[in-house]
Design a protein around this ligand. Structure first.
Ligand code: CP
Length: 317
C-alpha cells in the first residue's frame, strides 16, 4: 500500500492489511524510532478522542503520548464519570462524539462489534484499541515490529505462545499476522481449558502456517526450540463472575509460571515477549535478565502508534 492509501482509513482488523501494508507501517515506525524529531509538529491542530470502555495502561497512554509528542491534542474522557453510568448506550455516546468533531477516535471495548459500530456512526477514522476477545491490531503491529527488531526479520521466526490462548486476543491477531510471512513456526502452549479457539486454528490451517498445539508439560522442552516465547496473562475479567469462575481461575493460575530456573539451558539469544500487564506468569527476577524484552516491546508501541496516526491523519503534504 502506498502512503496515500492509509489516509482517512480505519484500523479495525489485521485482516484488512496485506504483508506489504504492514511492512510499510513498520518501516515508518522504524524511521520514527531512529529519528526522535521526526513528525514533531505533524499533529498540530489535530484532536484525538480516546474512548476506553475497558482498562488500559499501555495502549491508552502510548496513543496519548504519541499525539502529544507530535504537537496534537487529546480529549479527556473517563468512562467512570461519563453518562454511561446513567445507562446511556454506546451508540448514543458515539453520536455525541461525532457532533464534537474529533479528527480520530481510539476505542477499546469489551464487545467485539463495538469498533465496527463506531466506524459506522462516526465520520472520522477509528482505531481499534482492543475489542473483547476479537482483535488488537496496533498491539500486533508493535509485536511484529519487536520480532523484527529482535531477529532482523519476521520470516522464519520460531515462537511459543503461552498461557490464555482462548481469551488472549493478542495471540489470535499475532498468529494470524504471522501467517502472512514465510516459514514461521508457532508452538501453542496452554492449559486445556484455555486452548486456541478452533476457528482461529482452522484459519491458520487454511493459510498454511506451521503450528503445534502443546500442553504445559512440553513448555520446558519447547523453550529450547524457539527464538521467542510470547507469554500471556490469564484474563481473569473474562471468566464468569462468582465462586465457580474464581475457583476455575485459581486452579489455572497456579499451573504455569516461567521461572529463572527454566531458562538454564536455553539459547542465550532467546527473548521473552509479553503484551503486558503481567501478573504471576513470569518470575519477577527475569525482568533483570537479557531474556526479558517486554518493556522494550511496550516502548515500541509509541513508535507504531505515531506511525499510524501520521499515516491516517496526514496526507502527503
Ligand atoms: N498490551 C496492552 O494492550 O496493554 P493495556 O491493556 O495496558 O493497554
Amino acid at each position: 500500500m502506498e502512503r496515500d492509501n492509509f489516509f482517512g482509513k480505519d484500523i479495525i482488523s489485521l485482516n484488512d492489511f496485506s504483508r506489504q501494508d504492514i511492512d510499510y507501517i513498520l518501516d515508518v515506525a522504524q524511521k520514527i524510532k531512529d529519528n526522535p524529531g521526526e513528525f514533531k509538529f505533524s499533529m498540530k491542530n489535530k484532536i484525538m478522542a480516546p474512548l476506553f470502555f475497558e482498562n488500559s495502561t499501555r495502549t491508552s497512554t502510548s496513543f496519548q503520548m504519541a499525539m502529544l509528542h507530535m504537537g496534537g491534542n487529546v480529549m479527556d474522557f473517563d468512562v467512570e464519570t461519563s453518562s454511561l453510568k446513567k445507562g446511556e448506550t454506546l451508540r448514543d455516546t458515539l453520536m455525541m462524539i461525532k457532533g464534537y468533531q474529533p479528527d480520530v477516535v481510539v476505542l477499546r471495548h469489551s464487545l467485539g462489534g463495538a469498533v465496527q459500530l463506531a466506524s459506522d456512526v462516526l465520520d472520522c477514522p477509528v482505531i481499534n484499541a482492543g475489542d473483547g476477545q476479537n482483535q488488537h491490531p496496533t498491539q500486533t503491529m508493535l509485536d511484529l515490529f519487536t520480532i523484527n527488531e529482535i531477529r532482523g526479520d519476521i520470516d522464519g521466526v520460531k515462537i511459543a505462545m503461552v498461557g490464555d490462548l482462548k481469551y488472549g486476543r493478542t495471540t489470535h491477531s499475532l498468529a494470524l499476522a504471522l501467517s502472512k510471512y514465510n516459514n514461521c513456526k508457532i508452538y501453542f502452549i496452554s492449559p486445556e481449558s484455555l486452548m486456541m479457539p478452533k476457528d482461529v486454528l482452522k484459519e491458520l490451517q487454511e493459510k498454511g502456517i506451521d503450528f503445534y498445539e502443546n500442553s504445559l508439560s512440553d513448555f520446558q522442552d519447547i523453550l529450547k526450540l524457539v527464538d521467542i516465547v510470547y507469554m500471556t496473562r490469564i484474563q481473569r475479567e473474562r471468566f464468569s463472575v462468582g465462586i465457580e469462575g474464581e475457583q476455575e481461575y485459581q486452579k489455572i493460575k497456579n499451573d504455569y509460571c516461567l521461572t529463572r530456573k527454566m531458562l538454564k539451558n536455553v539459547s542465550p539469544n532467546l527473548k521473552i515477549m509479553h503484551p503486558l500487564p503481567k501478573v504471576f506468569e513470569i518470575e519477577s527476577e527475569i525482568d533483570y535478565t537479557p531474556y526479558a524484552y517486554y518493556f522494550k516491546q511496550a516502548e515500541n508501541g509509541l513508535y507504531i502508534r505515531k506511525a499510524l496516526l501520521n499515516l491516517i491523519l496526514k496526507n502527503n503534504e
